[in-house]
Design a protein around this ligand. Structure first.
Ligand SMILES: [Zn+2]
Ligand SMILES: [Zn+2]
Length: 143
């Protein structure tokens, strides 16, 4: 799955993909289920959809690992979160408030908008909850 507009994943999938990325691969399905308080069969279904999109692989008894495309997507998701959160701190929100607010709507913001905000803020390297990485899109070499 290529990152096109960045709007292809539901908020829940965004959360899982970021979680799997931040843990070291592979992550057991049951760990994800208990972390988010979701039924293991529901998690398996959602993860299968992500696997179907080419973002991760699932191995019985081992758990899930991100593919190269999955890692690239997760990096974008984390960048999106951090750019939006940083922008909100410029409007008076505390770092904690910004992170929390952004978590509610980040999955609805397009990649183009995020890249544009990244450029406008001068490609900051440090976000409120971690480093910000940049890609060809925000650096102006993309499509
Ligand atoms: Zn954050
Ligand atoms: Zn940038």
């Amino acid at each position: 799955m290529e990152i096109q507009d960045g709007l292809g994943l539901s908020p829940r999938k965004v959360t899982y993909l970021k979680y799997i990325f931040e843990r070291k691969n592979p992550v057991r399905t049951n760990d994800i289920a208990s972390r988010f308080g979701v039924d293991p069969s529901t998690i398996t279904k959602t993860l299968s959809e992500l696997a179907g999109a080419g973002l991760l692989t699932m191995a019985p008894y081992h758990g899930v690992s991100l593919t190269k495309a999955g890692r690239a997507y997760a990096e974008f998701l984390i960048k999106r979160h951090r750019i939006l959160a940083l922008a909100l701190t410029h409007f008076g929100l505390s770092e904690e408030e910004a992170c929390e607010e952004v978590s509610r709507f980040e999955s609805m913001v397009s990649k183009d908008a995020v890249d544009c905000m990244c450029r406008a803020m001068g490609h900051p390297c440090q976000g409120v909850c971690g480093e910000i990485t940049h890609d060809a899109g925000c650096l102006g070499n993309g499509r």
